[in-house]
Write a protein that binds this ligand. Structure first.
Ligand code: HDE
Length: 710
């Protein structure tokens, strides 16, 4: 039999990964408890003893097995990206990309490929909080019909260092100090900034990490990037440099730093919960896949080196071509088996995609497989269901820890004659992977290319591209981070580096951290900006937003129902918040169930609040510190607030200042605060509120002592 018939990949559709995993999914519904050997267990509450008060017997195989398994349950957490959340879905190709790449999953319009995505934080341990200031991992495994392809990316398009050999130093510096293991999941300590202050190549990345991009509101509201430069190769053997982008359908939105810190205490699972609940409610996370391509012939036409991972390819210079969409719509069944055991590797590429000489990528190609060996206990981790490709695997591997496949036959070598030479290598025409035949020659040398030396131009480009509120947040983030650095010399060195980017930036940072603004340092002369870098230029939508409706007994039920309906239609989720759980009675005797009591929630858990009328309800809430705090805090975090009828009086009772509130039936919308006494149309009122909600945050409310002059 010919190899091609025997090995012919089966047709894969978007659901075949589920079917393939089905054999491994277990449900104990209606079943008896058994040991791992399948023996039914009659009693699991007492160990076997010599007499009721006697010692436990060694022969109690059920006890020994239960305890032994338990003792061995932890596996090493990932050295970085330890905390993460996984989700299944599929990718759909918008148009054939065969002009650029042979990759089969990109070959036809409408072709679907199953995927598994793991979003993550980088620095903290597995149990740390979700909303820390950090880069977010965005790793995607495509189960393609020509093998697994992993796009192991982040939500920031660049990186701290240019060469992988510096990665252990970077990670040691940012992780908790080796002597006292503090701080957890935070860069705000001497060792990190000491390292960074000596690494000018980090400056571009540092600005991104200090920006609002590092505190996303939701995993569905951040961009993703392949970061490193890869290659597309078409059937004619032509190659192009390529960078990958994920564009969120809901747009890019962030938390406010004060809010992010409070959420870390109130709900450390904030982003994980948002993902899980959204999928359970049938609201998928959606991202479009985009590529930037540069012809090989144009490799040296740019003012950055295409292999330098500290540089973006500005979207205005190299447009992002949107080529497909990913829909994430199914939660895992088991966190450990799927999210914990999934093993990504940027070297898992398929035909039509290859790597480049980007020295950071080259190092990653070594590190990921190496790390899986220690984390998952040997080379057979590829047989774990979540890591298996959906195409058949044929090779000569038979051994190592935890081998699952029982291969038949005597032959486990190549060449062989006993099995007619099977499994035999597939030539390119049969789909065999062929590496791009790039010409490489040079001296062995430990050095950095001169073309990698400009560390400030793109940092300046990023700074120039931010809106005033974004700049202000960045400066405040620097005050927080460097405010926690004890060593003054480190703070000084950081300000000197900021001065090489922009003098206003350096002055503003210096002002808050007790060091003089440096003089005599010339900032980067770059005046260009890239609108795509500002989060203000993004999709505005109310989809996926959470709104708290504040009520107490005596609320206006008719208004509440209309508000709920309007929010639902806009794809937002409403929750009824009151002092205590239970039911609340409206002014006309209707009842409503409270979703969250004050003690178990806060305004930081919501994107906006809305207060329907009802005399008694409002009078009760005027006396509740928590209800007033809800409004004050939402206001401070620039969130939309709406109040109807008597509800406006509750807003008046809060500490909100400098906002025009309605004193007639006219709808008043001022800096995201929407109020009306008896509007002619509640529908119009809710529409104005939803508009304010889609805007995300109303930065114009931030204290006027703006750090960065307009
Ligand atoms: Fe990783 N990285 N990384 N990284 N990385 C890991 O692999 C490494 C880098 C990224 O959800 C580890 O399985 C080196 C850039 C993600 O399971 C490890 C270097 C980008 C994830 C590793 C980098 C990433 C990892 C730890 C510098 C954006 C989580 C556990 C040369 C493109 C994947 C593991 C998941 C995980 C090494 C830099 C993304 C140690 C040596 C740049 C999303 O192998």
């Amino acid at each position: 039999m010919e190899g091609k018939d025997k090995n012919k990949p089966k047709q894969v559709d978007a659901h075949s990964k589920d079917e393939q995993l089905e054999n491994f999914r277990e449900s104990s519904e209606g079943e008896f408890l058994t040991t791992a050997q399948g023996v039914k267990v009659s009693h699991t509450d007492d160990s076997l003893k010599a007499g009721e008060r006697g010692p436990t017997l060694m022969e109690d195989f059920h006890f020994r097995e239960k305890l032994t398994h338990f003792d061995h349950e932890p596996i090493p957490e990932r050295i970085v990206h330890a905390r993460g959340s996984g989700v299944h879905g599929y990718f759909e190709c918008y148009e054939s990309m065969t002009e650029y790449t042979m990759a089969s999953f990109l070959s036809e319009k409408g072709k679907k490929t199953p995927v598994f995505v793991r979003f993550s934080q980088v620095v903290g341990n597995k149990g740390s909080a979700d909303t820390v200031r950090d880069v977010r991992g965005f790793a995607t495994k495509f189960y393609t019909d020509e093998g697994n392809y992993d796009l192991v990316g982040n939500n920031i398009p660049i990186f701290f260092i240019q060469d992988a050999i510096k990665f252990p130093d970077l990670v040691h510096a940012i992780k908790p100090d080796p002597d006292n293991h503090m701080p957890q999941a935070s860069a705000a300590h001497d060792t990190f900034w000491d390292f960074i202050s000596l690494m000018p190549e980090s400056m571009h990345m540092v600005l991104w990490v200090l920006s609002d991009r590092a505190i996303p509101r939701s995993y569905s509201m951040m961009e993703g990037f392949g970061v490193n430069t890869f290659r597309f190769i078409n059937a004619q053997g032509q190659a192009r440099f390529v960078k990958f982008h994920w564009k969120p359908k809901k747009g890019m939105h962030s938390l406010v730093w004060d809010e992010a810190q409070k959420i870390a205490g109130k709900d450390p699972d904030f982003l994980r919960r948002d993902l899980w609940e959204s999928i359970e409610m049938g609201q998928p996370f959606e991202f479009e896949l985009g590529v930037q391509m540069i012809d090989e012939a144009d490799e040296f036409k740019f003012d950055f080196d295409v292999l330098d991972v500290t540089k973006i390819w500005p979207e205005e210079d190299v447009p992002v071509k949107i080529i497909g969409k990913m829909t994430l719509n199914r939660n895992p069944d088991n966190f450990f088996a799927e999210t914990e055991q999934v093993a990504f590797h940027p070297g898992n590429v398929v035909r039509g995609i290859d790597v480049t000489n980007d020295p950071l990528l080259q190092g990653r190609l070594f590190s990921y497989l190496d790390t899986q060996l220690i984390r998952l206990g040997g080379p057979n981790f590829t047989e774990i269901p979540i890591n298996r490709p959906v195409v058949p695997v044929h090779n000569n591997q038979r051994r190592a820890y935890h081998r699952q496949t029982i291969n038949k036959g005597k032959v486990n070598y190549f060449p062989n004659s006993l099995d007619d030479g099977f499994p035999k290598p597939a030539p390119a025409e049969e789909g065999g992977y062929v590496h791009y035949t790039e010409r490489v020659d040079g001296h062995k040398i430990r050095n950095r290319s001169e073309s990698f030396r400009d560390h400030f131009s793109q940092a300046k480009l990023f700074w120039n591209s931010l809106s005033q509120p974004e700049k202000k947040h960045l400066v405040e983030a620097a005050h927080f981070e460097l405010g926690k650095v004890d060593n003054k010399n480190i703070r000084k060195r950081m300000v000197e580096l900021f001065a090489q980017v922009d003098s206003v930036l350096a002055e503003q940072v210096a002002m808050g951290i007790g060091v003089p603004a440096p003089s005599g340092i010339s900032p980067s002369p770059i005046t260009k900006s890239s609108p795509a870098l500002s989060m203000t230029n993004t999709v505005k939508s109310a989809k996926g937003r959470k709104v708290a409706i504040l009520v107490d007994d005596g609320y206006n039920h008719a208004q509440l129902v209309q508000i709920e309906q309007a929010l639902k239609q806009a794809g937002a989720q409403a929750q009824i918040v009151s002092m205590l759980l239970g039911t609340k009675k409206s002014m006309d005797g209707q009842e409503i169930e409270v979703d969250k009591p004050h003690v178990a929630t806060a305004s930081i858990m919501f994107d906006a609040i809305i207060i329907p009328g009802g005399h008694l309800s409002i009078e009760a809430m005027k006396k509740q510190g928590d209800a007033l705090h809800f409004i004050n805090e939402a206001f401070k975090h620039c969130k939309p607030i709406a109040a109807l009828s008597e509800g406006v009086n509750l807003v008046r009772e809060s500490s909100i200042q400098d906002i025009h509130l309605a004193d007639s039936n006219q709808i008043v919308s001022d800096k995201g605060v929407v109020t009306a006494l008896q509007p002619d149309s509640i529908a119009e009122f809710t529409e104005r509120f939803i508009q304010a909600l889609s805007e995300h945050r109303h930065w114009e409310r931030e204290p006027s002592k703006a750090l960065v002059p307009a």
